[in-house]
Design a protein around this ligand. Sequence first.
Ligand code: UD1
Length: 439
Amino acid sequence: MDKLVVKGPGRLAGTMNVSGSKNTALPLMAGAILAPGISTISNIPSLRDISTFARVMRVTGTRVDIDDSAGLVTIDATNIEDTVAPYELVKRMRASFYMLGALLGRCGEAKVSLPGGCAWGPRPVDLHIKGVQAMGATVDLEQGYVIAKAVGGRLKGGSFRLEPSSVGATINLLLAGSTARGGSRIENAAMEPDVVVFGECLREMGARISGLGTSTIEIEGVDELKPVDFANCPDRIELGTYMIAAALCGEPGSPVRINGADDRHLGKVFVDAFTATGASIEVGDNYIDVTAPEKLSSVSIETGIYPGFPTDLQAQWTILLSQSEGNGKVVDKVYHDRFKHIPELHRMGINAIVVGNEVVVQGKTKLTGAQVMSTDLRASVSLVLAGMVASGTTEVLRVYHLDRGYENLENKLSGAGIDITRESYDEWASPVEERQMSA
Ligand code: UD1
């Protein structure tokens, strides 16, 4: 297994590059299944979640070629031979559940494993299932699989209200509804940029969709979609993470440049909270300059659906609060117990208490390096940020969580002045054995 070794405290300077969005790339890949023929998607990050999803797609007979160096995925969906998404792959990544809408839309049937829970608690898919039922699918549950069939081989379309609003369910219903016989309406639809960009791609493929970026999306089903060549957007969560890193570790007065960034996807609530800390932002053509303040002010946040503060940035924000003047609070209203990183951060000296869906964080806390365990994707990057401000050496173990969503993180950070390296280790080796291994 790999670990990241961070020697702090570090100073971030120079430039960092944002990769293509993981959470947009996955639906874009799923969308290609809807069109017989060859589609290409560019600006695809080289990440484990992308290769996992390619494996899920290949089970259906779809050809998926990933060119990591070019950031290009070529998808040949001329022939779909099977309509199954197996447990062995779906359990690794919940977004595999997009195969439900993609296969229903293309073939009128799908057998997709239920994803199960995730590191920070149950994450249901009831809305995805009820939504496709509203569009005319029959759904049976058998041995952990959702078996969905469109009566007469094609969905008829229908209206469905998402409660709560869900990114994944909106995407699945866009996939399912685009080739339905009739019209569909998604109420309380997700307005996240990932959904909007994906919907724009479907439109380029010939789908008739209106209301993207609003809470009501309407779809007029078409007989067939055509393949597409589409450019993915930059990763807004990666951008937000580097902005937080720059506010924490940048030299006050000297901007850190973040290239390939699209500030429009950050959402107003995040930008307002970020600048309220005292950090400043200057937006240029395809880049953002972030300048750290002399003193960070503590700014409490509450996560919410877009354009609210992203739940995927709350763990990182906790580190910012720990270095700010005064105490602050993070409230997660999307996922109520997404705080698995807090006990790990306690090992580094953070003073934070979790009460229900809130964590109260004491500011101006001296952190010290320690061995800490990644528990999920965003939690693990918060441990890296903590390592960057802590004195001494931090080892972030089980870094495979982080590899799901951050492309080349250690190279990007070390290129901007942080002392960070990747090393392999044997999790079951005793400290003596480990010393012998590295000798
Ligand atoms: C996506 C993102 C994830 C992010 C999350 C919230 C991807 C691949 N993942 O996840 O990084 O943290 O949005 O911004 O894009 N819900 C239900 N029933 C359902 C579906 C969802 O009750 O059938 C609830 C969830 O428990 C949660 C809320 O809806 O409280 C929002 O979840 P959702 O937007 O669906 O998250 P994902 O699409 O899984």
